[in-house]
Design a protein around this ligand. Sequence first.
Ligand code: MTE
Length: 322
Amino acid sequence: MLTRTRRGWELPEARATPEHVFWNRRRILAGMAASGALAGPLLAGVSARAAEDAGIAADLYPVERNPRYPLDRPLTDAELATTYNNFYEFGSHKQIWKAAQDLRLRPWTVTIDGLVEREQVIDAEDLIRRMPLEERLYRHRCVEAWSMAVPWSGFPLRALVEFARPLSGARYLRMETFLDADMAPGQRAFWYPWPYVEGLTMAEATNELAFLATGIYGRPLPKQNGAPLRLVVPWKYGFKSIKSIVRFSFTADRPQTFWSTIAPQEYGFWANVNPEVPHPRWSQAEERPLGRSERVPTLLYNGYGEFVADLYRSLEGEPLFM
Ligand code: MTE
């Protein structure tokens, strides 16, 4: 993110798999896994990999769309949104989608701890099956000035907060990505403060827009987009949308986040989208939707002010837009 040279709208030439092939491969593998036809140690390995590729709780998708969040622009092509990614655990460039297939989704446990009535460790699939899944169409604005509009499947973060039963002293929710440099070689880059950490205030975490994505385009979330659980806070710059979460901690103090540790003058805790507040090294006035050649104006709070502006009324002294 700091030294990126490729512009957001330039597609990698190696992006050769058309969308229907991409998804069909997963469907075939899922079918192989579900058929039970595979036997023997060698095939068991194939079967495990196929189940893995099918994603977690794949039978739950597609889920019903919540019509409350309409878009002002066309949806981004699924192929683009799933092959042009930021996931520094697998490399600091946009073409990490193949490398991210090494992410092992099973077992995947989620720890809920800190200021809660009872700390818990829960299997990600159990958690997802307990939650009220729905689809939402949201815009996504990266701090690098590219954007997309995608159909996420998942559940309101508020449902997880209710499930966690935080104590009254909890003021922030801290979220953490897995730490495993053997699986994710990007984590060998010792100059980054792994694991990736993000945080929200409790008011933000319980705002109706805050969402935990478990799927996209009517299917389980691909690994490169942050399977099995990924935060979506569409009024904030994309780096807040932490991927592949393993821990939710309720805290009294504001958490130190990954990017604000690396470059506090460039990437702050709040990171609300504002076209009038430039990044120290580039303008935020416009954005380039993936797959389109023209720029479009960026909107305050990425167009979600009616839902979130009230959260910040008493916080004018804070650097809300970086
Ligand atoms: N989460 C983790 N764990 N690691 C990352 O590198 N990158 C962030 C965010 N979440 C990132 C992450 C950034 S900068 C963006 S713009 C979005 O993921 C990109 O999400 P996408 O690849 O699904 O478009």
